[in-house]
Ligand binder design. Structure first.
Ligand SMILES: Nc1nc2c(ncn2[C@@H]2O[C@H](COP(=O)(O)OP(=O)(O)O)[C@@H](O)[C@H]2O)c(=O)[nH]1
Ligand SMILES: [Mg+2]
Length: 315
């Protein structure tokens, strides 16, 4: 457990140093608590994709608490600020569920959507591996039929994870391939179906319509499906994530977000932005390109790793 947490700390070190450590530096660098200090903190948050609205909300709360408690020590300001930030993350902690602890529905169908290059295929590979390790019979459906290379890529992940794949010739209608995949999973009593889809721009109407068609063909094969619809969001894309989520949610009802590449972003503020602006929960956290670089978004673990001040970093 501890070594796993240490691992997560390492993976989050980039976003932590761009966010938490920057704030600490600014606070340490100033001897007094004044408006300039508040402005500098707010600026760091905005630069880190916290979102202007969220940053303003955090700063209002901080000012209010500092004033009420008559705080004049910058170090104490830091403690108050970290407390506010952590409380934002803990807001819906009671609703948190283990993504891999699925109900006894056969097959349990999960579809992954998102813009190009966010990490859909990689996330599916990692998720397939986790389910396979738990003894589930998993089928990946290669619904990104636009490029032969995309089909090959997801096939490589299926092999790595040791799961079955439903694939077609390139350029086949994705809705048809997905229908075949889900229908076959129903017939062959698969536990889990993971559907890969082509990346699409959330602003392109035709591609978004195609998603609704995919949704209908899934339902034709399995009326209650999809059981989860996960928007894969690249944490390095910042502000755009909110607009993506809104558009995708209109085309196909989203149930959760997989936040990828958190190991590669120096802008950890995106998590506060998502909490503020979306009702859709972050379920998965991608922290690397390896098959094991995925975990449940577990707020307690995340907070421990992200806010870690290094006192016990040798553990
Ligand atoms: N560092 C890092 N890279 C990732 C992560 N997830 C995906 N990638 C990389 O992002 C690129 C695009 O991933 P891919 O799964 O092909 O995206 P897709 O177009 O949405 O299917 C690949 O080079 C992946 O290795 C992650 O959590 N961390
Ligand atoms: Mg892909």
């Amino acid at each position: 457990m501890l070594s796993k947490l240490k691992n997560l700390r390492n993976k989050l070190s980039k976003s932590k140093s761009g966010f938490i450590d920057k704030i600490s530096e600014v606070i340490r660098g100033r001897g007094v608590v004044d408006e300039e200090l508040f402005d500098e903190i707010e600026e760091i948050m905005i630069k880190n994709d916290t979102g202007a609205e969220m940053a303003a909300h955090i700063m209002d709360k901080l000012r209010e608490e500092i004033r009420a408690d008559k705080i004049s020590d910058p170090e104490v300001v830091q403690i108050y600020l970290m407390d506010i930030l952590q409380n934002i993350l803990f807001k819906d902690v009671e609703d948190e569920k283990d993504f891999f602890d699925i109900p006894d529905i056969k097959p349990f169908v999960i579809v992954f959507v998102g813009v190009n290059g966010t990490g859909k295929t990689t996330t599916i590979g990692k998720v397939a591996n986790r389910f396979a390790q738990a003894g589930k019979k998993v089928l990946i459906v290669a619904g990104d039929t636009f490029r032969a290379a995309a089909i090959d890529q997801v096939a490589i992940w299926a092999e790595r994870a040791g799961v079955q794949i439903m694939r077609s010739e390139p350029d086949r209608d994705p809705a048809a391939v997905i229908y075949d995949g889900v229908a076959s999973a129903v017939a062959k009593a698969y536990d889990v179906v993971l559907i890969d889809t082509a990346g699409r721009q959330h602003t392109k109407e035709r591609l978004m319509k195609e998603l609704s068609k995919i949704d209908r063909s899934i339902k034709k094969a399995c009326p209650d499906a999809p059981h989860e619809t996960i928007l894969v969001v690249d944490s390095t894309t910042g502000q755009n994530a909110i607009s993506q989520a809104k558009h995708f949610d209109e085309a196909i009802k989203l149930t959760g977000i997989a936040l990828t590449k958190f190991d590669g972003t120096a802008k950890g503020g995106i998590i506060f932005n998502l909490k503020q602006n979306l009702k859709i929960p972050v379920r998965l956290l991608g922290v690397g390109e390896g098959i094991d670089d995925i975990e449940n978004f577990d707020t307690v673990r995340f907070v421990k790793a992200f806010f870690d001040r290094g006192e016990d970093s040798d553990r």
